[in-house]
Design a protein around this ligand. Structure first.
Ligand SMILES: NC(=O)c1ccc[n+]([C@@H]2O[C@H](COP(=O)([O-])OP(=O)(O)OC[C@H]3O[C@@H](n4cnc5c(N)ncnc54)[C@H](O)[C@@H]3O)[C@@H](O)[C@H]2O)c1
Length: 308
């Protein structure tokens, strides 16, 4: 297949590009390198350094004529989205719409979209967890709203423009190549602090729960979405709520780290609990996370250790 991957220089989508190329697909990438890195770009892919919100992306569609668009480029910083919701919407909503418009014009067969199970359902404390795909949406940040908005556009475009799509709602993805410098990615942030012999900061009591899913499992979902799951949104997680304390405990043991974390005041507005039911994707795509937290963290630590 001829596949256009947006955000292919970033953490998650660079792994997806690698897998698509291994499978023999022809891959092109759009990325503006705002958080992505050149060294993540698979040399077998054609790279276009463009902003997805620019009308110039039409040139790429004209030239590449992709059969599939796999859309991962995004402003992913929840704090940034709170500070500057217009900037967030400009990339995450308008940029996505530009891609959708081009996808209709150039008759793309399938649009795969990276949404967020961690951000669209909202707070899970005192609600029924794990969240199912049809749980009530209560996004608490402009980032969550922008992800949900694109899902709604996809639904509408399928009806009005006959576009075929699959949405993957990720939990908290972790693994090799995750950036430790940004706001996201507690695992990468902890590992790099600990490798530098610094105690990591834990905000609150460390018992906040998230659905940590290993990037290789996420890649497999993107492989299955090439041909399955038409018109559907799926949770992609482990159905298990892992705590920050638990992550620290595993990393401490894998890295033989002797210090304790520093507990700091809870961050205002941070969600306490969210994790995801994955029955639907198991039934429809045959996908199930193969890595539990311990196994995934062990593999992630090995990658970061190798790099130092
Ligand atoms: N990491 C997670 O836990 C998680 C959870 C849920 C959803 N997601 C979604 O998965 C996708 C990938 O996330 P990631 O963690 O790999 O982040 P990332 O920052 O590593 O990747 C995003 C990529 O998009 C590129 N990009 C950003 N703005 C762009 C623009 N305007 N034009 C072109 N390229 C642009 C960046 O340079 C980067 O390479 C995002 O859509 C994110 O919202 C991630």
């Amino acid at each position: 297949m001829n596949i256009l991957v947006t955000g292919g220089a970033g953490f998650i989508a660079s792994h997806i590009v690698d897998r698509y190329i291994d499978l023999g697909h022809k891959v092109s990438i759009i990325d503006n390198l705002s958080s992505g890195k050149k060294e993540n770009i698979n040399p077998g892919a054609t790279f276009y350094q463009f902003d997805i919100s620019s009308p110039e992306i039409e040139e790429i569609f004209k030239k590449e004529k992709p059969q599939v668009v796999n859309h991962h480029a995004a402003q992913i910083d929840v704090r940034k989205a709170l500070e500057d919701p217009v900037f967030d919407a400009g990339i995450n909503i308008i940029g996505s719409l530009r891609l959708l418009e081009q996808s209709v014009k150039y008759k793309v067969n399938k649009f795969i979209f990276a949404s967020s199970g961690g951000a669209i359902y909202g707070e899970g404390d005192k609600r029924e967890l794990p969240f199912k795909e049809d749980s009530l949406f209560r996004p608490e940040s402009p980032y969550g709203i922008s992800k949900l908005t694109v899902e709604k556009y996809l639904y509408a475009y399928r009806h009005t423009n006959n576009i075929s799509y699959t949405v993957l709602r990720y939990g908290n993805v972790y693994g090799p190549r995750q950036d430790h410098t940004g706001e996201a990615g507690v695992v990468a942030i902890f590992i790099s602090a600990m490798l530098a012999s610094k105690p990591p900061n834990i905000y609150g009591n460390g018992e906040q729960l998230r659905d940590y899913v290993f990037v290789e499992d996420v890649v497999r979902a993107n492989e299955l979405a090439l041909t399955g799951g038409e018109g559907k949104s799926f949770n992609i997680g482990t159905s298990y709520g892992g705590s920050v304390n638990e992550i620290f405990k595993y990393l401490k043991s894998f890295l033989h780290f002797s210090q304790e974390p520093i507990y700091r005041p809870r961050r205002a507005g941070e969600i306490e609990k969210v994790y995801l039911d994955t029955t639907l994707v198991r039934n429809e795509l045959g996908w199930k996370a193969e890595y539990d937290l311990e196994k995934g963290l062990e593999k992630t630590v090995a990658f970061f250790k190798d790099r130092t």
